[in-house]
Ligand binder design. Structure first.
Ligand code: PBG
Length: 322
């Protein structure tokens, strides 16, 4: 019996009834805050295109993480800006690299805070690509060795979870094998399984100083047009031993988060990337959009699509609001 018996507006009449029937809720424990760690002391350099986000030296990073923990945020994910870059991405897997040192400090000061590390080479190579460049392209199999070494060095420093974001084939298997061989059977892998060659990483590359010096990442990151291939990427990463998977970016790929949620019974993360964040901030600063509402609506939509965890630069702001 349709209208006038059925009136969906009945359940929208007041904030209390809307609250009662709300299907999707956000909790700070579902947010993961991305942070950029750099050399030095007392450094807190704001990233121009990402208001409220900073390049932080380790001492400042610890303060930022203490605040994240007090807000009940689920965890942090670290990206490193090394002192120097080279062809071999040496800083990525150095035992005393910037991320390794940051993790040691965090585990000493805030042992209960969940610390995730991004495993990739682009912040550490002189050319800004995610691996060893041979004949103008990233060599897959030789890059796997760097990734495996990085992941082990992160685990040795105390990382709770390692998260490979490079999009090499076989990296999850290579990392799992290396972790296990070195006694880190208990360290989970959160795989950036469906990571697209997206324009929305632009502000991050300023933040992490990781813009490729030539070409682009389309020979390893996915074509935004391909949804079925994304499911294959996820399936293969799970076969190789990924414990959790990620779809990245988030808002332009809600369909894939939803499909992945229906097909795979593992925890699913989505990364609301730098460009998604910066667009909202820019529009809000122009007075064109309400920042808080845009933040909450996008985060809710990502959760509704099926992501259990959201990596987001809004983690602190959203947690404060909840
Ligand atoms: C490293 C990496 C990138 C991001 C996360 N890990 C950049 C890239 O792939 O170019 C992007 C995150 C963001 O835009 O917020 N490979």
């Amino acid at each position: 019996m349709p209208f006038p018996v059925q009136r969906l507006r009945r359940l929208r009449g007041s904030e209390s009834i809307r609250n009662l029937v709300r299907e999707t809720r956000l909790d700070p424990s579902q947010f993961i805050l991305p942070l950029f760690v750099c050399p030095g002391e007392g450094v807190r350099r704001e990233i121009g295109s990402m208001p409220g986000n900073y390049q932080l030296s380790i001492d400042e990073l610890v303060k930022e993480c203490a605040e994240a923990q007090s807000l009940g945020i689920g965890g942090v994910i670290l990206f490193g800006l090394p002192e120097t870059k080279d062809e071999m991405a040496s800083g990525a897997y150095a035992e005393d690299g910037i991320v390794q040192s940051a993790i040691r400090a965090l585990k000493r000061e805030l042992p209960r805070l969940l610390a995730i590390t991004d495993v990739c080479n682009c912040e550490y190579t002189s050319h800004g690509h995610c691996g060893l460049v041979v004949d103008g392209d990233v060599d897959n199999d030789r890059t796997l060795e760097w990734l495996a070494c990085s992941a082990v060095s992160h685990a040795r420093a105390g990382a709770d979870i390692v998260a490979p974001s490079d999009m090499m084939d076989g990296r999850v298997g290579a990392i799992r094998t290396a972790l296990d061989r070195n006694g880190f059977q208990k360290t989970p892998i959160l795989s950036y399984a469906a990571k697209f060659a997206s324009v929305f990483y632009g502000p991050f590359r300023e933040a992490a100083d990781s813009t490729p010096q030539f070409g682009d990442r389309r020979s390893y990151q996915m074509d935004p047009a391909n949804g079925r291939e994304a499911m294959r990427e996820i399936e293969l990463d799970l076969e190789e031993g990924a414990d959790m998977i990620m779809v990245k970016p988030a808002l332009p790929y809600l369909d894939l988060i939803c499909q992945a949620r229906e097909r795979f019974d593992v925890p699913i993360a989505a990364y609301q990337v730098s460009g998604e964040f910066s667009m909202i901030m820019a529009a809000a600063r122009n007075g064109w959009i309400d920042e808080q509402r845009a933040m909450m609506e996008t985060l809710t939509s990502i959760r509704r699509a099926g992501a259990g965890m959201i990596l987001t630069y809004f983690a602190k702001a959203a947690a404060k609001l909840l």
